[in-house]
Write a protein that binds this ligand. Structure first.
Ligand SMILES: Nc1ncnc2c1ncn2[C@@H]1O[C@H](COP(=O)(O)OP(=O)(O)O)[C@@H](O)[C@H]1O
Ligand SMILES: [Mg+2]
Length: 240
């Protein structure tokens, strides 16, 4: 029997690749939902590439999301696994002699979702990044029973990567709640200018909009970028 009831609502934020803007979009989304009166929690189940500071591994994404969202949940619950190698979780874990236990992640998620109306969960890398020797990142969305928000690049190549990711979601029976295109650079060539329209025609899940390049990233700029550029209706409907 599923422990995850209807009251436990969350969204799994993935990307078409690493460094695509998942953390920025997840943070902006959390803020915009908070502004609409939803009590939002955040989670980054596994973070790799963590720097060692004063003998401790620092999970920058988890810290950023907690800070932006203004929640006080224990960092060990928000981020049960932090690993030093900047590699896929399964490989980074193996190199550190760590076993990633899905029950630990699931219990952390259940804890957070019992404290909050909604939990925004950021994956690591993309959908087919290995999480353990048997599971991929997409399996985590399935285990936590979460619909997936896909963040894609604005630059050349994004149509292929976005459609591959959406096709995979469909193939394994996961729900794509929407696609957000993210401009993580100031590049504005012909690809950036045409990709949004092209993608809108090609995808069959909601296109939620394009996050602009932000020269400063803070609560105010994130909130206003989401409010002015993203259509949150499908997400608000889901949290209703
Ligand atoms: N819209 C944006 N405007 C400016 N910088 C961005 C934007 N989106 C992402 N970035 C920057 O790009 C880098 C990768 O973004 P991040 O959200 O960390 O990606 P991911 O979580 O997918 O690895 C970070 O340095 C981040 O600050
Ligand atoms: Mg990130």
């Amino acid at each position: 029997m599923s422990l995850i009831s209807k009251q436990h609502r969350g969204i799994f934020v993935t990307g078409t690749d690493t460094g695509i803007g998942k953390t920025v979009v997840a943070g902006g989304l959390a803020l915009a939902l908070k502004q609409k009166g939803i009590d939002v929690g955040v989670m980054k189940p596994v973070e790799t590439g963590c720097q060692l500071r004063n003998g401790q591994l620092i999970a920058e994404d988890a810290l950023f999301l907690r800070e932006v969202c203004g929640v006080s949940d224990d960092l060990a619950v928000i981020n049960p696994y932090r690993l030093p190698d900047p590699l896929a979780p399964a490989i980074a874990a193996e190199r550190s002699g760590v076993k990633i236990d899905m029950d630990v992640i699931r219990l952390s998620y259940l804890g957070l979702s019992s404290q909050h109306q909604a939990v925004i969960v950021e994956g690591a890398g993309g959908l087919l990044v290995p999480l353990t020797d048997r599971l991929f990142m997409a399996d985590l969305a399935r285990i936590l029973e979460l619909p997936v928000l896909l963040v894609s690049r604005a630059s050349l190549g994004t149509i292929n990567h976005t459609l591959l990711s959406l096709n995979y979601l469909q193939q394994v029976g996961l729900t794509a709640i929407g696609v957000v295109m993210n401009r993580s650079t100031t590049e504005n060539g012909i690809a950036e200018q045409t990709n949004e329209e092209a993608l809108k025609r090609l995808i069959d899940c909601p296109f939620l909009g394009t996050m602009p390049f932000l020269s400063v990233i803070n609560r105010d700029t994130l909130k206003s970028a989401v409010n002015s550029n993203l259509n949150l209706t499908p997400i608000l409907e889901y949290f209703k």
